[in-house]
Design a protein around this ligand. Structure first.
Ligand code: OSB
Ligand code: MG
Length: 369
């Protein structure tokens, strides 16, 4: 069989609560849902590119262009159905990992649905429940942040990640540690600092953080290696890891001791698995990051997080942490305190609600061979 058509939807969904990072405050998320149709089955993918090129150079518009004008024509012209064939073919195009990943995820979902098995069964997941953490944005005040943390801990999350930036770091960690001496806590700077602030960042060592994520901008692998030598807290890289090669360079250079894997950022599940396997051989643990995905993208994340070298709690939270009305039914929720059960139906194992996709859609295009 061959793919009969591919549909792209550009959606906007409001968050239940604004999400603020060192990039600024956001009230909603714009993203692309990709659907591939073959023989009565539909594979779903989500492209994590954002509206503005802050976290990554890609945007929803560049991703739409790359998927529509290059990747989909490639799939049709070569009659590609298998994600492995797609991965090989798509290598001819440089960069654009998020665009590439969105379509690859849809092909993976389709492949697993054809075989009637949960997605992670295709490549050997080893766990049925995923350790669930929550990423908490910057608030207007420390008491407001503490109240949000208290609420999330009450819901059962086993680890808290806070966002830091200059002026919202040491005092915030101090306040959290005073209230919660033993909490699994980590901090993510989204590249807000520079090596000139190394002495300041070293003071984070006092707070027994699980890790400090991405203190410097994406391309500063060398500066990260210099900071890691000065700090006892493990550094974790997120934005810097855009491929297998960047992961290898980061580990060889000593730029981090932990890697955050996001399938979108690295270009798909195959590349994510290559990074995972390499880190495992290297003795470096990974965990699954998130991009505030809808339930479709998050279901994919749950499946990748079943691999054995996912060694830390993940940025995988319940639907209700992100959206009033997620795109899937039933919504993702904690199956017991600290854990989310991996959906065990065919493919990603969650049911997208077509009317909800339609309701949030701002643009829709149907592509045929
Ligand atoms: O840096 O991990 C990040 C969300 C959007 C972009 C970047 C990041 C994040 C998060 C949210 O921290 C994690 C989640 O999806 O729960
Ligand atoms: Mg991050």
């Amino acid at each position: 069989m061959a793919i009969e058509r591919i549909e792209l939807n550009l959606l906007r969904l409001p968050y239940v609560h604004f999400f603020e990072t060192s990039f600024g405050r956001a009230y909603d998320r714009t993203f692309i849902i990709i659907r591939v149709y073959e023989d009565g089955l539909v594979g779903y993918g989500e492209c994590v590119a954002e509206e503005k090129p802050l976290y990554s150079g890609e945007t929803t518009e560049t991703a739409w262009h790359i998927i529509r004008d290059f990747l989909v024509p490639l799939v049709f012209s070569r009659e590609i159905v298998e994600p492995e064939d797609y991965y090989e073919a798509a290598r001819v195009f440089r960069g654009n990992q998020m665009a590439k990943a969105g379509l690859e995820l849809a092909l993976w979902d389709l492949k697993a649905k054809k075989q009637g098995v949960p997605l992670n069964r295709l490549w050997g997941g080893v766990r049925e429940e995923i350790p669930a953490g929550v990423s908490v944005g910057i608030e207007d005040s420390v008491p407001e942040l503490l109240a949000r943390i208290e609420n999330y801990l009450g819901q059962g999350y086993q680890r808290i990640k806070i966002k830091i930036k200059p002026g919202w770091d040491l005092e915030v960690c101090q306040a959290i540690r005073e209230k919660y001496p033993d909490l699994l806590l980590q901090a993510d700077a989204n590249g807000a600092y520079s090596i000139e602030q190394a002495e300041h960042l070293r003071k984070l060592d006092a707070f027994k953080l699980l890790m400090v994520e991405q203190p410097f901008p994406p391309y500063d692998l060398w500066d990260h290696s210099q900071l890691q030598r000065k700090m006892t807290t493990p550094l974790c890289l997120d934005e810097s890891i855009i491929s297998f090669d960047s992961a290898r360079a980061a580990l060889e250079m000593g730029s981090c001791r932990i890697i955050n894997i996001k399938v979108g950022r690295v270009g798909g599940i195959i590349e994510a698995r290559r990074i995972h396997d390499y880190c495992q051989r290297y003795g470096v643990g990974v965990w699954c990051g998130g991009m505030l995905e809808s339930g479709i993208g998050r279901a994919h994340n749950l499946h990748i997080a079943t691999l054995p070298n996912f060694k830390y709690p993940n940025d995988l939270s319940a639907s209700a942490r992100y959206y009033q009305e997620d795109l899937i039914e039933p919504p993702i929720s904690l199956s017991r305190p600290g854990y989310i059960r991996v959906p065990d139906g065919p493919g990603i194992g969650v049911n997208p609600v077509e009317e909800r996709i339609e309701k949030a859609t701002q643009r829709h295009e149907v592509l045929r061979p």
